[in-house]
Design a binder for this molecule. Structure first.
Ligand code: PLP
Length: 401
């Protein structure tokens, strides 16, 4: 069954482009840290020899200075539905969230609230709380069911004339709930507020339509479905219509109008570069280029089609093998409401996860009792899904008296 699915999968041949594709290891964590591409090792070696070693400081003038924006534009075109000039590679997700939230609330003076949901990723919640404290604002929490996510109804009830900013995740990191980004954006705008979408768990697996949905700001990481490597820098998108209006609080020289003028005072750059602060981490953004090329080759819609097939297969296999052991699906059953992973709950999942790692099956564990099966579309096979979930069943058998 899984072999038939792999044979029929038009993207199956691309799996060989990843380091480790030949091993028997089952990788269910490409949504936390994507596998490297085979092209990436030679790219990094070549960079050290030819560009860093060969061009030295000249590299900044020749290409590095523009690289955060060039890669940002590619990312926008390939995966984010963003026209050029609005996306740039910058600091970590956390730092870009901070800069973006501060910029957003400053652009809505007189409004006193930031809205965020209680099941949002910890860093998003912590940063929002910090920004609220610093700026004398109130956090208004949306309570959500951890097995689903934020709905239009919940957002509609949370926003109003006091709302400055709403911070939401496109795909919930725990349940994989896929928020209705266009509809929720419309609701936030109707209240006169700005919206910041965290697209960490959708960028590279679920097509994002930032321009079409009229999104204000988006932030996402590049080491999950974009395979940029551990600690690769994040990206920020700011809609063109807001670029003049948003000024972020970390006023470094690289985000200034003319960095090499080294003038007496800070004037923000005219475009998206104003979201940067200091010297960009060039080496950290090189691997991302290889994955963007691969997603471009496959097409983001085809990537999503395979993602839906993989998660649907995982739901079916889990129902067959794990329902009898009392495992419960903690992700939406409807694939239209689900991102690229599936969470399976059972009271023993923490122990199961440890047992799986011993057997070269690598999922993630998320409280409460959740085994998170992340299925990076281009590097995961259907056979891998079957083998991994069979190992979950075996581990549960061993742990249950
Ligand atoms: C992974 C993730 C982050 C990570 O933030 P870093 O600063 O890159 O560590 C933030 N938000 C969400 C929703 C994530 O999934």
């Amino acid at each position: 069954m899984s072999l038939d699915l792999d044979r029929a999968d038009p993207l199956a041949p691309l799996r060989d482009r990843f380091v480790g594709a030949e091993s028997a290891l089952v990788y269910f964590d490409g949504n936390s840290l994507g596998r490297p591409l085979r092209a990436t090792g030679p790219r990094l070696a070549e960079f050290v020899e030819a560009e860093w070693g060969g061009r030295l400081i000249r590299g900044w003038d020749e290409s590095w200075f523009e690289l955060p924006g060039t890669i940002g534009d590619d990312l926008g075109r390939i995966a984010l539905g963003a026209a050029p000039g609005q996306t740039i590679i910058g600091d970590s997700t956390t730092v870009l969230l901070y800069k973006s939230m501060r910029a957003a609330v400053a652009a809505r003076p007189g409004r006193t609230e930031i809205v965020i949901d209680r099941d949002n990723f910890p860093t998003d919640r912590y940063v929002a709380q910090g920004v609220a404290d610093e700026c004398g604002l109130t956090l208004r929490w949306i309570d959500v069911d951890p097995a689903s996510g934020v709905t239009a109804d919940l957002v509609g009830r949370a926003v109003g004339p006091a709302t400055a900013l709403v911070v939401l995740s496109h795909v919930a990191y725990r349940s994989a709930w896929l928020a209705d980004l266009p509809e929720l954006t419309r609701i936030v705008h109707d209240a006169g507020a700005l919206v910041l979408w965290d697209v960490c768990h959708s960028a590279g697996s679920v097509p994002v339509q930032l321009d079409a949905a009229d999104v204000d700001i988006a932030v996402g990481c590049t080491y999950k479905y974009l395979n940029g490597g551990p600690g690769s820098p994040a990206f920020v998108y700011v809609a063109e219509r807001l670029l003049d209006e948003l000024t972020q609080p970390i006023r470094g020289w690289i985000g200034a109008d003319d960095p090499f003028l080294m003038g007496p005072t800070y004037v923000p750059a005219a475009g998206i570069r104003r979201m940067l602060s200091g010297t960009p981490p060039i080496i950290g953004m090189l691997a991302l280029q290889d994955m963007l090329a691969l997603v471009d080759e496959a097409g983001i819609d085809a990537v999503r089609t395979k993602s839906v097939a993989l998660t649907s297969y995982a739901v079916d296999v889990a129902a067959e093998l794990l329902d009898p052991a009392g495992v419960v699906l903690a992700s939406p059953r409807d694939p239209g409401l689900r991102g690229g992973h599936v969470t399976l709950n059972h009271p023993l999942m923490r122990e199961v996860t440890a047992a799986l790692w011993e057997r070269d099956v690598i999922p993630d564990y998320r409280d409460p009792h959740g085994l998170r099966v992340g299925l990076s579309p281009l590097s995961t096979s259907f056979a891998e899904v079957r083998r991994g979930l069979e190992t979950v069943r075996d581990a549960l058998d061993d742990l249950t008296p």
